[in-house]
Design a protein around this ligand. Structure first.
Ligand code: ZN
Ligand code: ZN
Length: 76
């Protein structure tokens, strides 16, 4: 199953990090999703390869997997 982020509204894992705007599969709330580097906390660049999303930190010059990234979710 695809990696999903915990929804701040219903506390269940239901947000897909592949989309900049993501909808919770459990409570149907919509969030804008921004990923940050866990090391330097800079905003990450989204890389899309073969359907899998990973992120790139321009300050650390390294790939960040979606499981490592820190997410900021803003309700739409
Ligand atoms: Zn939810
Ligand atoms: Zn970084």
């Amino acid at each position: 199953m695809a990696y999903q982020i915990t929804c701040p509204s219903c506390q269940q894992e239901g947000l897909d990090p592949r989309f900049a705007t993501t909808t919770c599969v459990h409570c149907a709330k919509q969030f804008n999703l921004v990923a940050y580097c866990p090391t330097c906390h800079a905003e990450l660049e989204r890389l899309q390869a073969c359907g899998a999303v990973d992120y790139f930190c321009n300050s650390c010059n390294s790939m960040i997997s979606k499981r490592q990234a820190e997410y900021k979710l803003t309700p739409v």
